[in-house]
Design a protein around this ligand. Sequence first.
Ligand code: BEZ
Length: 304
Amino acid sequence: MELRHLRYFVAVAEERNFTRAAERLHIAQPPLSRQMQQLEETLGVVLIEKGSRPLRLTEAGQFFLAHAKPLLEQVRDLKSMTQRVGKLERTLTAGFVASTLYGLLPDIIRRYRERHPEVEVTLHEMTTVEQLKALKEGRIDVGFGRLKSEDPSIRRILLRDERMVVALSPGHRLSEKEEGVKLMELIHEPLLVYPKSPRPSFADQVLAAFSTAHLTPDHVTEVRELQIAMGLVAAGQGISIVPESVQGMHQRNVLYRPIQDKHAFSPILFSVRHMDRSPELQNMLAAVYSVYDDLGIAYVEEAL
Ligand code: BEZ
């Protein structure tokens, strides 16, 4: 069985019609039918119900389709990832979630540049979900994100867990509580969460923190990005929950109080292509840990 058979079968199954599938594949219909016959002979099972119009798959056909599609996606990823690894000599492109920019990201990148001045480093702000896509398409080499989403082609390392804090406007009734607040005290406040899309996002991590505590906030407004949420908090439009590094943003008219609930943490993850063992990535990881060591930050270094 060749990859070609999988590609042809997926086109036939999705189009549910040989003529349209042949057009999509830019081949004539008779060779497509022959290839499908060959595939059924090789497997020794019927994949497409004979005489059905539009085409229907047998149970074996549905099983084959469900497994052939992810296999083809992996082949596509393998191609773009290998091309990227081959080109990786003296460049390193990193995707990062906005909150890290106000925390340790600048120190880490500076440390990396000091140690490896010959490497051209490029940075792109993007959500964790966007980072996974960009890694697979070879547009970035490493992602610094926050969501623990599963993907067999991505290798993730948990760097550390960061406490969540609530962002309030000065004069807010909770601003007196320097020691921190409980999620329970926030449920009647207008809550601004970000980013609105793509999901899942940090917004879902915040909402999950409430649901883990069996709480549901009364009014939730989704906004496009962190900077908008902080601007609206400064304007007194609501409160927002952010990782503590966002305090480095120094937004005027916003103050922060720690959230005391034990589970109110957001992870920072280092994600790379599963097969990418480039020394540049090892060096980047070393730069992260060296900044943590200098600042006395506890880290976990856990492969997920
Ligand atoms: C951190 O804050 O721990 C961090 C930020 C950016 C990249 C890596 C780690």
